[in-house]
Design a protein. Structure first.
Length: 163
């Protein structure tokens, strides 16, 4: 059985493709490739079909992650096949929970930084789009840090499915 994770931000060109790439690399390094499927989407369709922001692509490549992405909009019908929907900020969390067809689906939505114990009460990953390359590096660092806890949670869920 495949465990499916989808990262969601607004336009699916900055934060969520970065999270997708980082988490996919973590899944592969953990030897979970065949067990965990990772993708991303946006709450809005502004950039559908476009590649990731070049600054996001640069930050990923410079830090050893795969780049290459086409933006898409999150479809509520996906809840049925997803195990976890990871929002990059509280606005996305609210939007996704409103889109969820059932309470069970709404419960699948979590904030990425909720998996980072050091995040405290600041659980949003700031949108780097209107800033400079430094904002993309900061975003990548937050994603990397939270991905450690997220991977542990996914492992626990996988073990629960196997039991």
């Amino acid at each position: 059985m495949t465990y499916r994770v989808c990262f969601v931000c607004t336009g699916n060109i900055c934060r969520s493709p970065m999270a997708e790439s980082v988490f996919r690399a973590r899944v592969a390094a953990a030897g979970l490739d065949g067990l965990v499927e990772v993708d991303s989407a946006g709450t809005d369709g502004w950039h559908e079909g476009e590649g990731a922001d070049p600054r996001a692509e640069t930050a990923l490549r410079e830090n050893g992650y795969a780049a290459g992405h086409a933006a898409r909009r999150f479809d509520p019908s996906w809840f049925a096949r997803l195990d976890l929907v990871v929002a990059l900020d509280s606005g996305h969390l609210r939007s996704l929970r409103r889109l969820a067809p059932t309470k069970r689906d709404a419960d699948k939505v979590r904030l990425l930084r909720s998996y980072d114990p050091a995040a405290g009460g600041d659980l949003d990953v700031p949108d780097p789009y209107y800033g400079d390359a430094g904002g993309f590096e900061e975003c990548l660092e937050m994603v990397e840090t939270a991905s450690t806890g997220l991977l542990a949670a996914v492992r626990t869920d996988l073990e629960g499915q196997a039991a």
